[in-house]
Design a protein around this ligand. Structure first.
Ligand code: NAD
Ligand code: UGA
Length: 321
């Protein structure tokens, strides 16, 4: 058993990671500031299982402000998932928030980690560091040319991690997650919105013409890769891995899949394409397979079905105050 710190513990992916680490017998400290990116009660609910677990402790606080050395003390491994996640909302004034929550928060945490005896630091980066795809699977050493301010902030965090790895010995791994979905998915993401609107008989919104392609990754696969990275032996310098789901689809097809599973034919309203929304993502997973033993296990159809069952059950459940 080890002691693991998970930042962004109340979020979509972080809360699943916490649940898995508890099942595997670890002691888990979760940090989250419950940002207003989406409703606090949704995040509390994400943690409902963990909060009653005796090996879990939640520290509510902002990584940009809190005393991090004390939190990192005695921690064996850290999974850093806290951040401001939206791609399309990162233009204009909100960029300040992206700089603070994605770049400054990471730098503060790295300072604390480099002064502690932490054996492993895993960072949740993003496919959006690559930018427009080159028409085939993208490997980790491909050119990084973000198409959105969000992607740029994630790239800046990756660079900080590389720097603290080389100069300050932080034993880090960077995982580039590709569009993650499944139960607890953030409410503004495509599948969440499609389920919520179509199940009420309302029109779904598609940005652009719906031909954009996404590599879709089910959340338990992302958790598998993250746990494997937490357990792997650190190399001499930070290593980067793509974490994709092995299935790609157009957004138009996603609408159809959701409609079929709900037994509906959703009406589609086409809206203008949003800047920063890349036309296609596609992960080359060979390095993650070779070095982390990672292999995605959940197909798109299974995963969308699981998310729909969860969303409909949540709607029937009594709301948390
Ligand atoms: P999320 O918004 O559900 O979770 C992020 C959590 O971090 C939130 O609960 C938020 O309150 C917390 N947080 C943000 N800033 C904080 C701070 N300064 N201090 C403490 N807590 C803070 O998002 P998610 O979808 O679970 O994404 C988790 C991570 O994975 C993010 O870093 C995101 O960039 C990355 N990522 C997500 C996806 C995806 O498809 N969901 C894909 C690639 C990368
Ligand atoms: C997702 C996450 O939201 C980011 O946090 C993450 O960094 C990124 O994946 C990644 O892979 O790195 P995105 O691919 O934009 O970003 O995921 P969705 O929000 O689910 O959108 C998928 C596609 O559906 C986009 O083309 C988007 O424009 C479209 N969409 C979304 C719609 O057409 N309608 C909607 O209502 C929502």
């Amino acid at each position: 058993m080890s002691k693991v710190l998970v930042t962004g513990a109340a979020g979509f992916i972080g809360s699943h990671l916490v649940d898995r680490l508890l099942v595997e017998g670890h002691e888990v400290v979760g940090v989250d500031s419950f940002t207003g990116y989406y409703a606090r009660n949704i995040k509390r609910r994400n943690l409902s299982r963990a909060l009653v677990h005796k090996r879990f402790r939640l520290v509510e606080g902002d990584l940009c402000r809190m005393q991090l050395r004390a939190i990192c003390e005695g921690v064996d491994r850290i999974a850093h998932l806290a951040g401001e996640p939206g791609v399309r909302s990162s233009w204009g004034e909100p960029f300040e928030i992206y700089l603070e929550r994605n770049v400054y928060a990471t730098q503060r945490l790295l300072e604390a980690v480099s002064a502690s005896g932490t054996r492993r630091f895993v960072y949740a980066s993003s496919s959006s560091v690559y930018g427009p795809d080159g028409g085939g699977p993208v490997a980790e050493d491909a050119t990084r040319r973000p198409a959105s301010p969000y992607g740029l902030s994630k790239l800046a965090a990756e660079e900080l991690i590389d720097l603290y790895g080389r100069e300050r010995g932080v034993p880090a791994t960077v995982l580039r997650y590709f569009t993650v979905y499944g139960p607890r998915q953030r409410p503004e993401m495509a599948i969440s919105r499609f389920i919520s609107l179509a199940s009420r008989g309302e029109a779904v919104e598609v940005f652009g013409d719906g031909t954009q392609m996404r590599e879709m990754t089910y959340v338990s696969d992302v958790v598998d890769a993250t746990v494997a990275a937490l357990e792997a032996r650190p190399g001499d310098r930070p290593r980067v891995y793509n974490v994709g789901g092995g299935s790609r689809t157009t957004v138009g097809n996603l609408v159809e899949l959701v409609g079929e599973a709900l037994g509906e034919r959703p009406e589609v309203r086409y809206e203008t394409r949003v800047p920063g929304d890349v036309h296609s993502t596609w992960a080359d997973l060979r390095r993650a397979a070779r070095e982390l033993g990672y292999e995605p296990r959940v197909s798109l159809e299974e995963g969308v079905g699981a998310q729909i069952r969860w969303a409909l059950a949540e709607r029937r459940a009594p709301s948390l105050a």
